[in-house]
Write a protein that binds this ligand. Sequence first.
Ligand code: MG
Length: 277
Amino acid sequence: MALGPVGLMFWAGRDPAETLREVESLGIETGQLGIPGDMKLDEAARQAWRTALDDTGFRLVTVFAAYKGENYADIPAVQSTVGFIPRNTREERERRTLEVSDFAAALGVPGIACHIGFVPEDPHSEDRKAVVGMVRRVCDHAANNGQTFALETGQEPARVLVDFIREVDRPNLRVNFDPANMILYGTGDPIEALDEVAPYVVSVHCKDGDWPPEGNRTALGAERALGEGAVGIERFISKLKAIGFEGPLNIEREIEDRRQRLIDIRRGAALLNRLRM
Ligand code: MG
């Protein structure tokens, strides 16, 4: 058993062929495609992505859904705007997630994923019941498309996430493990968390970051280039080997500066290529 190749989490929105050429210029041939909330998912978009993927042989393992109106500025903003948690947008976001699943199916991608937001911890709350129902329906739709549905980690401790997954009780409900999010949201040591969620991990983000400032309960930590934050990428890769993970190591780098982003991805890829052997 061996870890998969280095991959990349990247976003649609520009010309698909140009987007894939840029990723491949980094020596990366696999990864995860994020779909902005306002992107039109019509037949023309499917066709353009299908052609670009066929022409390059690029392998997508996941399509990520994001939603209009999400705001990641700080913890209260995330709580009130992200994923399946805000009540007013639940219906519209459920519909959108099913559309993303169909889009991914048209491209032959075996999994979808998203941040569902902070899982309501009270098992008897109406919000919790509503979100459980929503995740079940997305899972069932994805299953009909032959897909897994993965929850991005980070916004709650591993134990809460595992309890939630057990309650939803769908065999294709999985985890996209992002070690940096556990740190950015201050939810726990990511390597210990990985042990707890290991049976559910279908894909990973290789991202780094620092803990939130001490004593501040609303700020998020800062994302860093791979190897420069508090994750301990060596530890993370060793743990992935230990749990028998075999998928790609998808670098995620979220800074605005496009040039610096590419430099950081190149460095990150070199680091991961050294560690994965
Ligand atoms: Mg991530």
